[in-house]
Design a protein around this ligand. Sequence first.
Ligand code: UDP
Length: 329
Amino acid sequence: MKKTVLITGAAGFLGSHLCDRFMKEGYRVLGMDNLITGDLRNIEHLFPEKDFEFYNHDVSNFVHVSGKLDYILHFASPASPIDYLKIPIQTLKVGSLGTHNLLGLAKEKKARILVASTSEVYGDPAVHPQKESYFGNVNPIGPRGVYDEAKRFQEAITMAYHTYHGLETRIVRIFNTYGPRMRLNDGRVLPAFIGQALRGEDLTIFGDGSQTRSFCYVDDLIEGIYRLLLSDYEQPVNIGNPDEITISDFAEEIVKLTGTGQKVVYKDLPKDDPKQRQPDITVAKEVLGWEPKISRSEGLKITYDYFKTLSKEDLYAKEHNTFEHYIKR
Ligand code: UDP
């Protein structure tokens, strides 16, 4: 009997890579997405597979799945600062009500659930690098508050279901991740820079570019999540690549990678933009035997090759189509 896994956010960047991984591992995969920020093109190659099913559903509403369920991976959420500004209420709802619904489903089905949390729970961190024991420095009413507080609530309710109901839960804190299937127009720095390079535009650095991030290639992240799900560890675990870089140096790397001789221009730094971010991955190393394997230069090359295959229409689209459609409703 194959094990069955429900993956929410299945048509998104991380969700679609998780669907691929679990299919490869021989699971029956139920993918769920309401397609606000997801794109069916990320999973259309799975539609002919008999062990893959797709449900167009918003998990902020009651979630029903018939039959047995062994695992749930909750990856449905807008995840870029531009998205939070455009759909703040949906962002709050999917992290809070959505998580509650999926915890209820997990309890009903006696399934193990892994929820996607984020380095944003650390806010603009006063401790560096960030360990899981750091409580964070979050502005609840700033532009990122809708995401950060939803994810903090998500962790709290997940832990409450674990301690009160004895549910098997896992919490991954995901740091900046990149790779094929990122949305070109989601405003994140990597697709923004690569899109600008491909269109022959200047690269937009926010602030003076001295802020840092640490970028993890998607395959490494998926491996970490897979191991965490199958582990016995019930505390939150940072998964990310500790190789930290300033945004200015990152822009330079993209200019070199694309060979397009782009200039950079400076724009205002968005409010509450974290000044530095680097995961401490000691727990992941000790508990999961995991560490990232793919260097930024390797990962960026694969990702650039992916973005080069996108159509002109995608490259120049101002917004993701389904997203635009949703906002108008
Ligand atoms: N950023 C930038 N130019 C852009 C988009 C983003 O300089 O066109 C900066 C942004 O201000 C932040 C960093 O790049 O300091 C990473 O931004 P992203 O939105 O990718 O993720 P997050 O801030 O959530 O880590």
